[in-house]
Design a protein around this ligand. Structure first.
Ligand SMILES: Cc1ncc(COP(=O)(O)O)c(C=O)c1O
Length: 384
């Protein structure tokens, strides 16, 4: 699970170095007060983009902000449609609504991510972008989705909130589409408390996003900031140096987090395989982040009973089954934009429902007591 398990002296050292180098907490400017040319957010962006193998990266205040800024950089028109998936966190759809765009939710398949066959059917003349989500560290069938989007000339944004460090083929998750977004909130693979990152293929998108996340500031080197040039309005989603410093320490730990998550997921999976469970499908080319281990049982009531049995033995589940109302669009009748689009929201995602209702998600930690696989196995065996 998250980088918070490994927060320690490295993060503290990074933070202290801000205060011993002038104490500037703003991401830019104040050069004369900074010692050792200390720009934490800038350094974090550079190292993150290098790690991901992407040309440009922009740090922001959250994964939700990352989605909002990514959409702003595409310069879409009010009412354009953006397709995302029915199983995601509310944030993905909120970012679309906040951008005055129309959200459309695509069913998920057995990967628990966007179903390419349904995506094809949802595309209209108004569709301008697709936000795929690498839910809980696993990708959708990206080759199929890329092919469809290419055919219809639709931009792909990857919501990589849960997929930081995973691969599809030789590419890191987040770098397969036009833009990739990440979250560093406290439950994510690496964390800055709150925070996010956006990676871009095109310089034009990066430049637009960079200005938009900073009230339109173009940071024109020919003029001081208070006389700065601008081509658009924007908002404030700037990351602080404090978050940037923690991000630098966390990024160094990412490979370690992934390594132990992969080992620990493997141990649990091997043990509970004996129960003849049907596991979530992982696309062949995907190396997942092993953030969670998900399997399907016969029905919703068995899923709930499994959770209860796990809980009684000190094991938590992650999102499924307990938090589906926050992660499944069927329940979002509080969003008037979705209600307008779907006459019967509750009955609009039957295919997704069949998977989501029966799924159990076990969180994978970096530090795991060796008894855990056995405890999980015994808790499930009682019910299944
Ligand atoms: C799929 C997805 N997208 C976006 C976000 C938003 O990230 P943040 O909490 O950093 O705003 C989350 C948060 O859990 C998420 O799960």
């Amino acid at each position: 699970m998250p980088g918070y398990e490994l927060i320690g002296k490295e993060e503290k050292k990074q933070l202290n170095s801000i205060f011993s180098n002038g104490g500037i907490l703003f991401r830019q400017g104040f050069e004369s007060l900074r010692k050792k040319n200390s720009f934490k957010v800038l350094e974090f962006e550079k190292k993150f983009s290098k790690y991901m193998g992407s040309k440009y990266a922009l740090a922001v205040t959250s994964g939700t902000a990352a989605l909002r800024v990514a959409l702003a950089s595409l310069n879409l028109k009010k009412g354009d449609e953006v397709i995302t998936q029915s199983f995601t966190f509310v944030a993905t759809v909120e970012a679309i609504i906040e951008s005055r765009l129309t959200p459309v939710c695509c069913d998920v398949d057995e990967t628990l991510n966007m179903d390419p066959d349904q995506l094809k059917k949802l595309i209209t003349k108004k569709t301008k972008a697709v936000i795929v989500v690498h839910m809980l560290g696993v990708s959708p069938e990206m080759d199929k989705i890329k092919k469809i989007c290419k055919k219809f000339n639709i931009s792909i944004i990857e919501d990589t909130a849960w997929g930081c460090g995973g691969y599809f083929g030789k590419s890191r998750l987040g770098t397969l589409g036009r833009i990739g977004t990440y979250s560093f909130d406290f439950a994510k693979t690496i964390t800055t408390g709150e925070g996010g990152m956006i990676v871009f293929k095109k310089k034009q998108d990066f430049d637009r996003a960079k200005a938009w996340h900073d009230h339109g500031h173009e940071n024109n080197p020919k003029v001081p900031r208070w006389e700065d040039t601008r081509s658009s309005s924007g908002f404030n989603y700037r990351m602080t140096e404090l978050q940037g410093a923690v991000g630098l320490a966390q990024l160094k730990k990412l490979e370690k987090v992934l390594k132990f998550q992969r080992l620990n997921k493997d141990k649990i999976e091997k043990k509970i395989k004996k129960l003849n469970l049907k596991f979530r499908k992982i696309p062949k080319k995907n190396i997942d982040t092993c953030d969670a281990l998900i399997f399907f049982v016969k029905d919703k009531s068995i899923a709930k009973r499994c959770r209860k049995s796990l809980n009684m033995n000190g094991i938590q589940t992650k999102i499924l089954p307990e938090a589906s109302t926050w992660h499944f669009s069927k329940y979002w009748s509080h969003m008037s934009e979705l209600k307008k689009k779907y006459k019967n929201l509750k009955r609009s995602f039957i295919k997704s429902e069949n998977y989501i209702n029966r799924a159990i998600s076990i969180p994978i930690f970096v530090k795991m007591n060796k008894e855990i696989p056995n405890i999980i196995y015994k808790s499930l065996k009682k019910i299944i």
